[in-house]
Design a protein around this ligand. Structure first.
Ligand SMILES: Nc1nc2c(ncn2[C@@H]2O[C@H](COP(=O)(O)OP(=O)(O)OP(=O)(O)O)[C@@H](O)[C@H]2O)c(=O)[nH]1
Ligand SMILES: [Mg+2]
Ligand SMILES: [Zn+2]
Length: 306
């Protein structure tokens, strides 16, 4: 290996990083005070980052520079938290994995994730997982809400092999972030797509129906069919960051479509007369659940920002 090389971060643990360079993976550390441009995140180097590495005197490799990110997905651990966490950088798309039961993914979590992808211009597809365990009525309701908003919803079941081919097609030749709550089946899906990958999957706890955080580090896996997928540890909270109240509705595609018809150009779609968004909600053209999420995010994030 050369003394100085550039590569892509394939795995980030917080204490060491696997950097891929010319088909080889090199374990690196980061230089004590790697300054980051304009971010306040708790993790300075993330999976997907393009980095420059150098051998130090002892022959160990350290990451000494990070190239500017094309994009990234960022969250706060909770609404109350001031610390932000970048989930991955330089991605072509995100898959948000959701289960309606075992475990139940909160609607607000879904909507916050989607808002963040819209704000950071990352195309996102929803993967409804463990379809073998879901109530068909609940699945139909979910699809109506999110397809109505303009999202693609794929149904998968790893044990029954449902939807695996469709996911495979979606992943081909792209770099994909796979995210969602713990225990929804992210690692299981990746293993179903490429059984040769050595990936740990977990059991859902019987008492809580929650995942157990089986995946502890984000890891990017090259896929046999081309492209790469990033398996991430399950996340619980998804606090928004750097999104103003006034622009929040820009990240609800279904609101964006009708808002030009609001009477006031600066309508907040909360109380104004002649609001086309409120009309669309009343007419059932915008799902009440999504509008409610919008109001909730405005309301809650307000409290914490002040
Ligand atoms: N019935 C059913 N069980 C599934 C499916 N996919 C995953 N599971 C099970 O759900 C449990 C959790 O799966 P994982 O793949 O470890 O979940 P994860 O999303 O990677 O969880 P974290 O790594 O903790 O974030 C395991 O017991 C899997 O066997 C599915 O489609 N149907
Ligand atoms: Mg996992
Ligand atoms: Zn309006």
């Amino acid at each position: 290996m050369e003394k100085r090389f550039s590569g892509v971060v394939m795995r980030a643990t917080g204490s060491w990083y696997d950097v891929m360079h010319g088909g080889e993976t090199v374990r690196c550390r980061i230089r004590g005070r790697l300054r980051l441009r304009g971010t306040r995140s708790t993790n300075p180097v993330v999976v997907g980052d393009e980095v420059v590495c150098e051998a130090d005197e002892g022959g160990d490799y350290v990451i000494c520079d990070i190239c500017p990110r094309r994009n990234y997905v960022i969250r706060r651990a909770s609404n109350l938290s001031k610390e932000s966490h970048i989930i991955a950088a330089n991605i072509d798309q995100a898959l948000l994995m959701v289960t309606l039961r075992a475990p139940e993914t909160a609607t607000e979590f879904v909507d916050r994730f989607l808002v963040t992808c819209e704000a950071y211009k990352v195309p996102v597809t929803i993967v409804l997982s463990k379809i073998d365990l879901q109530d068909p009525g609940a699945v139909a309701d979910f699809r109506a809400v999110y397809e109505g908003a303009g999202y693609r919803v794929l149904e998968v079941s790893a044990p029954e092999g449902i939807g695996i081919e469709a996911v495979n097609e979606l992943l081909a030749d792209r770099r994909t972030l796979l995210s969602g709550n713990s225990g929804v089946g992210k690692s299981t899906l990746i293993r179903a797509i490429d059984p040769s990958l050595d990936i740990r999957t977990g059991e859902i706890s019987e008492s809580h129906h929650k995942g157990r955080h089986t995946t502890t580090f984000s890891t990017m896996y090259p896929l046999a069919g081309g492209g790469e997928v990033i398996d991430t540890p399950g996340i619980k909270g998804f606090g928004l960051i750097d999104i103003d109240d006034a622009e929040l509705w820009h990240y609800f595609p279904e609101m964006m479509r009708v808002a030009p018809d609001c009477r006031f150009y600066n309508c907040t779609h909360t109380h104004e007369p002649g609001c086309a968004v409120a009309e669309a909600v009343k007419a059932g053209e915008i799902a009440w659940a999504r509008y409610e999420s919008y109001l909730k995010i405005l309301d809650e994030d307000d409290k914490y920002r002040k």
